[in-house]
Design a protein around this ligand. Structure first.
Ligand SMILES: *Cc1c(COP(=O)(O)O)cnc(C)c1O
Length: 337
């Protein structure tokens, strides 16, 4: 029985065609800036998304960290969602490694940071306070594409109040798919953007940070300091290129499967489907039944993310097909809640 792994879209394995592309990739030493495939990936994404420069890095966590350290100095502050990945799920890296103070703001249900609260949190210029420097947003957030109009409103506040604007766009292409717009339009107002290739796009490793030339040069320096200066990374960049060529349009299939999964689960007594956004479905299960459910699902060959969020999260991706959706619904339906 093959396993249906709905824990995250990070679990995808490179396809045979992707592995072929990796095998043939021309490579060089990227610390010297000499890996042709890395350079091609960086130039391509910068061009496509409308930025002057880009930097290929091992993880989204490092990409966000380098962005924060490129925007802020010791004693500066970034404003961020209290449930944002950057604040909550990256080990506090900005504070630990960057001496950058976070100013968390509770997200609204749609993932936005209410802009009146953002403005109210900006500190006066006074030695008592950290220097408010940056507003960091996340899109998609828990699968939700932020309201498109909000992006321009956030840009207006950032400009008026002298803040930089960073986007954790780990799932930028899922957001673009949800809006039905080119990814370039989604990132248009941002000073820096981090994009993951290893989530729904299915590359084994890698994120890209985008920004202007000066910001990317600072990030490149911090990448080396953080031990992220890699050498013949072109084989990984080739996987990323392959993903951009072949795995962007198909994200719509993941979204359609998530919607079908949500419909199937809604019909089951005792289950409360609390959300279905892009490639993620959220389900509330009565708390005393969670442990038994986890065991039952494991026995049925279905892996779920239980315990990180208040709800059970199910994520569709490249390795989940229609049969996997059907088997998951059937496994949920065979359990008494
Ligand atoms: C996965 C993720 C990251 C970090 O990516 P890693 O490559 O796992 O370090 C950052 N932000 C969001 C929203 C993510 O989902």
């Amino acid at each position: 029985m093959n396993l249906i792994d709905l824990r995250s879209d990070t679990v995808t394995r490179p396809t045979d065609a992707m592995r072929e592309a990796m095998l043939r990739a021309p490579v060089g030493d990227d610390v010297y800036g000499e890996d042709p495939t890395v350079n091609a990936l960086q130039e391509r994404l910068a061009g496509e998304l409308g930025f002057a420069a880009a930097l290929f890095v091992p993880t989204g966590t490092q990409s966000n960290l380098l962005a924060l350290m490129a925007h802020c100095e010791r004693g500066d502050e970034y404003i961020v969602g209290a449930d944002a990945h950057t604040y909550r799920f990256e080990g506090g890296g900005a504070a630990v490694l960057g001496s950058i103070q976070p100013q968390p703001i509770p997200q609204a249900a749609d993932g936005t940071l209410p802009l009146d609260k953002v403005e109210a949190s900006i500190k006066p210029v006074d030695p008592h306070f950290a220097r408010s420097r940056l507003l960091a947003l996340e899109n998609t957030w828990h699968g939700r594409a932020l309201p498109f109009d909000y992006l321009a409103q956030a840009r207006e506040v950032a400009t008026r109040r002298g803040l930089g604007l960073h986007l954790d766009g780990a799932r930028l292409y899922n957001a673009a798919t949800a809006y039905g717009r080119p990814a370039r339009d989604v990132v248009a107002g941002f000073d820096s953007v981090s994009v993951c290739l290893s989530k729904g796009l299915g590359a084994p490793v890698g994120s890209v940070l985008l920004g202007d030339t000066a910001l990317i040069e600072r990030a490149r320096r911090w990448r080396k300091v953080a031990g992220g200066g890699w050498r013949q990374a072109g084989m990984l960049a080739a996987a990323a290129m392959y993903a951009l060529d072949h795995h962007v349009e198909r994200l719509a299939d993941d979204h359609a499967r998530a919607a079908r999964l949500a419909d199937g689960l809604r019909a089951i007594d005792g289950l409360d489907v609390t959300g279905c956004h892009t490639n993620m479905v959220f389900v509330d299960v009565p708390a005393p039944r969670l442990k038994d459910l986890a065991t039952r699902m494991a026995n049925a060959g279905v892996r779920l993310s239980i315990g990180y969020l208040p709800s059970v999260r199910l994520v569709t991706h490249l390795d989940i097909d229609d049969e996997g959706v059907d088997r998951t619904i059937a496994a949920f339906a065979s359990f008494a809640y």
